[in-house]
Each structure stands twice: as C-alpha cells, then as structure tokens.
Design a protein around this ligand. Structure first.
Ligand SMILES: C[S@@+](CC[C@H](N)C(=O)[O-])C[C@H]1O[C@@H](n2cnc3c(N)ncnc32)[C@H](O)[C@@H]1O
Length: 203
C-alpha cells in the first residue's frame, strides 16, 4: 500500500531530523551550551523531585538533563529516548547504562515503554520538531502515572525573535517546525487530559 502524503512527509521530516542531529551530535553541547544551560536550568528548577522518582526524558539529545538531575538526585531513575543514534551515543558516554539509567534510540511515536510507569516525563526544546504534536502529548500522558507531571520547555511563537529564528533555521536545515503559541499549547495539553499549570513565558 502506498503511504499517504502526510505520512510520507512525516517520514521525510524524521529522516531530516536524524541527519541534522546526527551530524551535530559531537558538537551539540558546545554549540548550544548557553541556550541549553538556560532552558535546562529553568526546567530543573521547576521539576517537583524528591529524588526517588522515575523520570522519562523524551528527545533527550546528549543526556545533559539526566546528568544535571543526577547531580542533585543520585538515586533518580532516568530513561532517555531520542531519534538520533548519534545523540544517544553521546548520552551513553556521558552517563553509562546501569540499573537506574536507560537510553533508547527511537521515536517517541513508536517507543515501547509501559504505560503509567513514570512519575515525571520531560521534553526540552524538541516539541516543535514532532510531526503530530497532539498525538505526542497523548503518548506522554499515557506514559505518566496518574498524578504525575509532564514538563515541556519549547519556543513560543509570540516572541518576534522566534519568527526570525524559525526562518533562518528553516532555510538552513530544511526541517519543518511547528512552533506553537502558549494558547495553542495549553489547548493541546487540555485535550491530552493534562491539567493545568499555566504555561510560563521565559525569554
Ligand atoms: C534541540 S535537540 C534537544 C535535545 C535535548 N532535549 C536538550 O535539551 O539538550 C532536539 C532533539 O529532539 C530529537 N527528536 C526529534 N524528533 C524526535 C522524535 N520524534 N522522537 C524522539 N526524539 C526526537 C532530536 O534527535 C534531537 O536530539
């Protein structure tokens, strides 16, 4: 059977994302250091952790969040998933796998993990790359235990700088990006049954 146009587009987008981040992987931490430090720092500040939780990081990249969390909470159980095998390779080198550390190469859309099995699910600076964002949120919600937390940090379309950045990045990498307004994200969160901390702007 022939793939429908939108499925075909999604697959092309996934291949572009893999190509882009696989090339970038060895230099990613250095090149995005300032930005990552800022956004991950804000995320870490807000996560309600006491130290014995199970955390799933979607689109974990080079595993920088996991290593930051471990500094404060050595007993934390962390799982990272990423579409790019090269990003996962860097993450594995940074924090080797053990009983409390797992890395999966794969897409959020297809990764097989037990439902309701994580206290906290995070996604930093990647949500704009997901082809079916509502579906992605539903999946994150299914993986989170009742009463758990889904935390998303991403660009907001309201900021004028983001419009310019989006154009430059699109011209450069050829990737499609879906950068939402805060209102759009709030609606999607609601549709996924996720209530309802206000979406917090940061520049
Ligand atoms: C900008 S990097 C962010 C990495 C990390 N979260 C951080 O903050 O350093 C975006 C990451 O999203 C990953 N990614 C994109 N689409 C994905 C998907 N559908 N499933 C899993 N990972 C994905 C890419 O491979 C890339 O590593």
């Amino acid at each position: 059977m022939e793939a429908s146009p939108s499925r075909h587009d999604d697959q092309r987008q996934a291949r572009r994302v893999v190509r882009h981040y696989s090339r970038l992987a060895p230099a990613y931490d250095r090149r995005w250091d300032r930005y990552s430090r800022g956004s991950l720092g804000k995320l870490v500040e807000r996560l309600p952790l006491s130290g014995d939780e199970r955390v799933l990081d979607i689109a974990c990249g080079t595993g920088r969040l996991e290593s930051l969390l471990r500094q404060d909470h050595p007993e934390l159980d962390v799982t990272g998933v990423d579409l790019s095998p090269h990003m996962i390779e860097v993450a594995r080198t940074r924090l080797p796998e053990d009983a409390r550390t797992r890395w999966y190469h794969g897409a959020l859309e297809t990764v097989k993990l037990p439902e309701s099995s994580f206290d906290v699910v995070t996604c930093n600076n990647a949500f704009h790359l997901f082809p079916e964002q509502q579906e992605s949120l539903l999946k994150m919600a299914r993986l989170t235990r009742p009463g758990g937390v889904v935390a998303i940090v991403d660009w907001c379309r309201e900021y004028p700088q983001i419009g310019a950045l989006q154009l430059v990045v699109r011209l450069g990498a050829g990737q499609r990006r879906r950068i939402l307004t805060r209102a759009e994200l709030s609606t999607m969160l609601g549709n996924a049954g996720l209530s309802s901390l206000p979406v917090q702007p940061q520049s």
